[in-house]
Design a protein around this ligand. Structure first.
Ligand SMILES: Nc1nc2c(ncn2[C@@H]2O[C@H](COP(=O)(O)OP(=O)(O)OP(=O)(O)O)[C@@H](O)[C@H]2O)c(=O)[nH]1
Ligand SMILES: [Mg+2]
Length: 674
């Protein structure tokens, strides 16, 4: 069944906890791919097999399941929903041909879907919505549909209409066939008579569906204008065509926990999900040419070694062939943490390739090792927003630590490890506290290394407010050769951003020419750590005068003399602390804008302005300047006030004087640390 047309690659995406892993489990169960259905709460689902995911009962990385059904092979990618793992989701979803956006029937939470829908639309990625947890729905179905419409740039076409809601959920009306069904907890739904009280709502919803589809089909438009009814096949054909082109968003519903609506949904996937060839065509990838694959995810497994999840865009992949200059150590199909040898796989498939050590997520590998000749949509890099300073609990683990981190970053490139030269800390950057904690758990579970975390230090600077003059003399008499250097300097403050400037005003050789660079070097030495304990910036040092000794003077003596002069002079110059100020753009649903502004003020932020976020209905963008020392938990606070939806982008902007009171506290801390 290597036939390209017989493969369906479906990614399950959506906000955290909506039931994606449960939907996958239910799909596998109703398709007969697993004999015993697991539950997330029982920690025995096909997805979420890692220790970190089981422990938290949430997805922390992609899970893959492959099964055959109705002559098709399905490759399901269950993506983590937490916003902190969205890079993982983004990297994978673009390798599928259809995204199923699993949502909860809660109107207020629909806003959390907006960024995802923007991402999918931006890449013309076909997507459907599956409203899960309908057993918990407390609102009218039409209000739910409206809430989805409110966040979707593409027209939303309900495929089904709910009968009842919450505990009284009965079943659904299929708007295409106009037939009603009642759910059965342990089997297919029963056909029932369409309840009379739903007739009007059904008609309205169906008319809306047809009118939306007619916008993309002139024949259908004509039929509707002439009051003719299209056939079921015609509607389905239109639905499939417009879905594949990301022109409309069909909506289904169900209860994954008890398989309700999932059989019908699987049937819809069989009939309507785009095949791999149409996605490849949409992306302009011709079927002719050498094999080319895209790496969606790397797994480092304790026993099996490295496995790279790959979408085959062109050609065939076999055990032992070369891709990107690496030998394919095996072609496998995945079912959660289980690998089934496949030997080979054809275009359109998604398989795992063993021991591709240099394969990087997002990379394209070809049989010849060169360029593929086509471009794929890029998932984009989300800027890290949260950092911990880390160190191995046991010093002896430091070497092991860097090797293990290389593997963690290979699995999840949204983790970044960085040496901070000024604060001498090793920073682990990611999307949030949980993201990092999961990474550190993985470190313990997989590599047996305990890691300690600290908040990152702020790289403060200092400068001066007043000028002063100073004198430094270095003199040492010891046996034979002595050391002698003597300098007189002026110290002046410079405007912000000027750094360090050195002037030499010696005339007549009071300090011989060859020692002048040593004076400058001595000044720089001292300015590495000023009177407050931080690097000194925005300062000018002028060498005015000095003395030398024809035998004892040397470079080192003048270097020392210059440093001594600054040590004496700088404290007279009213030294002040400077802190880095970041330029931050916060994106937030407008309901939370005023609380965001409050948060910004609490964190000593300066609000530069806010306005509606372009092309994002109901979202604002707030621009602020905020001290770096305040942003450590900004993302944590922002998410907690915005139901997890807010995020920001940042860049360094400038240095600014620390307010006196805070400066005192910091100086106190610095003294204690010494
Ligand atoms: N009542 C009800 N609970 C459900 C349903 N589907 C899933 N759940 C429960 O919702 C919780 C979250 O389910 P998951 O399947 O882990 O959700 P998820 O979307 O995969 O979560 P993340 O991957 O962490 O984003 C679990 O406790 C499930 O048992 C449903 O249809 N009805
Ligand atoms: Mg999950």
């Amino acid at each position: 069944m290597a036939d390209n047309a017989a493969i369906r690659n479906v990614a399950l995406v959506g906000p955290n906890g909506t039931g994606k892993t449960s939907v996958m489990e239910s799909l596998l169960s109703v398709a007969g791919a697993i004999s015993r259905k697991g539950r997330v709460s029982d920690r025995n689902t096909v997805g979420d097999s890692s220790a970190e995911a089981r422990e938290r009962q949430m997805s922390t990385e992609i899970s893959v399941a492959t099964f055959e059904h109705e002559g098709l092979r399905f490759n399901l990618l269950d993506c983590p929903g937490s916003i902190e793992f969205q890079q993982e989701m983004r990297n994978a979803v673009l390798g599928a041909d259809l995204a199923v956006v699993v949502v909860e029937p809660v109107i207020e939470r629909m806003m959390a879907v907006a960024p995802l829908l923007h991402f999918l639309d931006h890449h013309d990625m076909a997507h459907m919505v599956f409203i899960n947890r309908m057993d918990r729905s407390e609102v009218r179905y039409r209000d739910l549909l409206q809430a989805i419409r409110d966040v979707s740039a593409r027209p939303v076409v309900p495929h089904q209409y709910a009968i009842g809601r919450g505990e009284d959920l009965v079943g659904y009306i299929d708007l295409v066939s106009e037939q009603a069904y009642s759910y059965n907890a342990d089997g297919p739904s029963d056909r029932i008579e369409l309840p009379a009280e739903y007739l009007e709502r059904e008609q309205d919803a169906r008319t809306e569906m047809l009118e939306t589809l007619a916008d993309f089909d002139d024949d259908l438009m004509e039929k509707l204008l002439e009051d003719q009814q299209p056939t079921t096949d015609e509607i389905l054909r239109d639905m499939q065509k417009t879905l594949g082109a990301d022109q409309v968003v069909p909506v289904f519903m169900g209860v994954a926990e008890s398989d309700m609506g999932v059989r019908r949904f699987l049937e819809a996937l069989v009939k309507e999900a785009p095949d791999p060839a149409s996605r490849a065509e949409l992306l302009g990838i011709s079927a002719d040419g050498e094999t080319a694959v895209q790496i969606l995810k790397n797994f480092h497994l304790p026993h099996a070694g490295k496995l790279s999840l790959a979408r085959i865009w062109r050609g065939e992949v076999n055990d032992g062939m070369h891709l990107g200059g690496m030998r394919v150590g095996g072609v496998y199909r995945l079912m959660g943490n289980h690998q089934e040898p496949a030997g080979s796989a054809g275009a359109g498939d998604i398989v795992a390739l063993a021991r591709m050590e240099e394969a990087r997520v997002g990379g394209i590998l070809t049989a010849g090792g060169g360029e593929a000749g086509f471009a794929l949509p890029e998932s984009g890099e989300i800027q890290p927003m949260f950092a911990f300073a880390i160190q191995a609990r046991d010093r002896n683990d430091e070497v092991k630590l860097s090797g293990a981190f290389a593997k963690l970053v290979d699995e999840d490139p949204s983790l970044k490890l960085e040496q901070e030269p000024e604060t001498h800390q090793t920073l682990l950057w990611g999307q949030g506290e949980m993201h990092l904690k999961v990474a550190l758990d993985r470190m313990r579970n997989k590599y047996n290394i305990e890691v300690e975390t600290l908040p990152p230090r702020t790289p403060y600077r200092e400068t001066i407010r007043k000028p002063a003059s100073a004198h430094g003399r270095h003199k040492k008499q010891s046996g034979g050769h002595g050391q002698f250097g003597d300098v007189k300097i002026d110290i002046q403050p410079l405007p912000r951003g000027e750094g360090f400037v050195f002037h030499n005003k010696i005339v007549g050789g009071a300090v011989p020419k060859q020692f002048i660079p040593a004076v400058e070097a001595g000044a720089r030495d001292y300015l590495g750590k000023g009177p407050l304990g931080f690097p000194v910036v925005d300062i000018a040092v002028t060498l005015n005068d000095g003395q030398f000794h024809s035998v004892d003077s040397n470079e080192m003596s003048f270097r020392m003399a210059a440093a001594l002069a600054l040590r004496e002079g700088l404290p007279q110059c009213h030294p002040v602390l400077l802190e880095p100020i970041l330029d931050i753009t916060i994106s937030i649903p407008s309901d939370f804008t005023s609380r965001t502004l409050q948060l910004v003020s609490q964190k000593r932020g300066q609000i530069l302005g806010y306005e509606a976020k372009e092309n994002w209905t109901g979202w604002d963008e707030v621009r602020v300047h905020m001290p770096q020392g305040e942003i450590h938990d900004l993302i944590v606070n922002l998410r907690s006030l915005s139901q997890g939806t807010g995020y920001y982008e940042w860049k360094y902007d400038h240095l600014q004087e620390v307010p006196d009171k805070l400066a005192e506290t910091l100086a106190e801390q610095a003294r204690e640390a010494q």
